[in-house]
Write a protein that binds this ligand. Sequence first.
Ligand SMILES: *[C@@H]1O[C@H](CO)[C@@H](O)[C@H](O)[C@H]1NC(C)=O
Ligand SMILES: *[C@@H]1O[C@H](CO)[C@@H](O)[C@H](O)[C@H]1NC(C)=O
Length: 471
Amino acid sequence: MWSLAVVWISSLLVSAQAQGTASFWKGNDRSGRCQYSFTVDSPKEASCPSAGTGPEMEALKSRLGLLEVLVARLAGGEAPGTVAGAGLKEAYSQAMREKTQLQREKDRLGQQVNELQLRVTELQKEAERLRSRPCPQVPSPSVPQHDSGLRPGTGPALSHLVSRPGRTQEDTSSLRDPSWQYSSLGYQELKAEVAEVPASSPEATEDNTGCGELLSVGEPVSHRKADNIGGRYGVWMQDPEPVTPYDTGMVWRIDTVGSDVRQLFGYENMEQLSRGFPTKVLLLPEAVESTGATMYRGSLYYQRRRSRTLIRYDLASESVAARRDLPHAGFHGQFPYSWGGYTDIDFAVDEEGLWVIYSTNKAKGAIVLSQLDPHSLEVKRSWETNIRKTTVANAFVICGRLYTVASYTSPNTTVNYSFDTTNSQSKAISVPFKNRHRYNSMIDYNPVQRKLFAWDNYHIVSYDVRLGKQQ
Ligand SMILES: *[C@@H]1O[C@H](CO)[C@@H](O)[C@H](O)[C@H]1NC(C)=O
Ligand SMILES: *[C@@H]1O[C@H](CO)[C@@H](O)[C@H](O)[C@H]1NC(C)=O
């Protein structure tokens, strides 16, 4: 059958040759396969324009010619002899040339496949990069559309939400509490007096392992910019002494804009925080007040909204493990930091344990620092300082010393006061501190990272710190 077909084609070719209007070409079909096409005009259609002939046409013609000779001999029953042998040899070497040609074609296509694979990899990287960038969102005064039914208190099944790694930001933003009241944004935002204090850092010997006085604060490093108005203020933290199932890499975040803040986002590591992919979303049973929360020994410590109640929320059991009123503490705008935001009660963790920074009527608004029992939340010991809480932008504790920052808006400000709990001595200092984004709503020390964690106008930032040698 095959030989007959060849004869048929070659005779067509011969007749086409007579007309001089045969054509041959190759190209890729729609599925990308290499397709060889062969066309012979019928004598009646000789008016149709035809593609020109080329070297490939010549090669095919000669091959077909040889095959024709061979087929004719075999079909005629001619005994294999020298002539037929020569024909076979020629046909064989022709076939080998074809094979070489096809091999080259295959190599060329293989190279194209490699190039395409490289391009695909590049595009995947690009897509990843784009996905990791925050979606542009226009702050809207309207209440978000999603009423996902996740309103707190609608049922126990909603008290615990786990998101898969790789959830998109859109997914998690749909988990946000729809009851935000954007109208309350202006609350307690007092104007800060900006004071520039000449920058000078005290010369002292450095100690990267032990405790000591704060010598300097590095440049702020931005890890993530919150993607909507809900992230203008917030608190982010890493547990210096984490408890299973979480490890030291885990990063936690609460966006604190709104009147009913309950969502605690967990990220496997800093990279996932930067990409905006939480692996855990917990819905807290009691609303959070402001940016004072902290994470310590497997628990989230925070002030319950509109109260002086301190709450210890255990991450492993996902439930409240302890609650206690902080005696006489002002709350809800009585003694906030200078930026307002109901920052009356601020937790802190350092090398020496768990602290709370606040004020009372008895202290007449001066900062009170109390060390807490991390299990029961009982006050173990308290110190009254001589600096008014409402005049400082923020405060943090390092190695048993309280430090306060002068301004939350000035890009060049200072840490200008310290209070040492070992001798109850306070001191004016001047350690330069930068509010790069000009609205710093949270500053906490992390004793394991040896960094200050801050939330500056949508930006989740950290600062390296240098400490001196303990005297
Ligand atoms: C620190 O700066 C604040 C704000 O400018 C100012 O009110 C305060 O007096 C300063 N404190 C010290 C100890 O210099
Ligand atoms: C901030 O201080 C640095 C030096 O510490 C200075 O170079 C810079 O100009 C200052 N920026 C502003 C905005 O004052």
